[in-house]
Design a protein around this ligand. Sequence first.
Ligand code: C5P
Length: 227
Amino acid sequence: MIWAVIPAAGRGTRFGGEVPKQYLEVAGQPLIAHALDALLSHPRIAGAMVALSADDTRWPGWSERHGKPVLRCVGGGERADSVLAALRALPSALADDTLVLVHDAARPNLRAQDIDRLIAAASEHAEGAILGAPVRDTLKRADDTRRIAATEPRSALWRAFTPQAFRRDVLTHALEAAARDGVVVTDEAMAVERAGLHPTLVEGREDNLKVTTPADLALADYLLRQR
Ligand code: C5P
């Protein structure tokens, strides 16, 4: 059994504007609808748990899509708090070793082949798997005045995307430990790494972009309309 978890409790303040970014529209529907559809149209995924902010007034009230349940819960102050809240709110009948795919609400252009490859990797590696891509630009380390202090070797460096796939119990314990230690983790893998595990990287499509700026929104709109 595989479930999707979608943290969507961010206020999208980096984007600017009134509308939280998960509700910005591209190709005819909000980003979060594209994210949900990509996951729930996949035959292996049984349902989705969405974490929303307590003062969310825009959730369209979906309780199912593609004939599968869409459940919701209240998220937290940081992304990791929202994911942990969603994991705790999953139906209690789900087994501890249920595979969960955590996916940003703001990544609308996820393809089925990437989900297939991620699920295959996570089924083989008990420590989990994430989508990502090797870094292609040259990386500079800056000093406090923005002068270049060093050029970093990039050959072993990857960018982390979502979905990120873990056993529900493994991820829950890892996020609880990070919260207890007061460490803010910026993705799920970081919490699992802190627990001493080594999730596997699966090379995913570069066009699985996270919408962060207005330019990303225009690009996502273009990519989705080409499909
Ligand atoms: O801000 P950023 O793009 O990193 O957010 C990634 C995802 O995490 C978004 O879908 C956002 O809604 C979600 N998030 C959350 N709870 C927070 C902060 C972000 O669910 N407190």
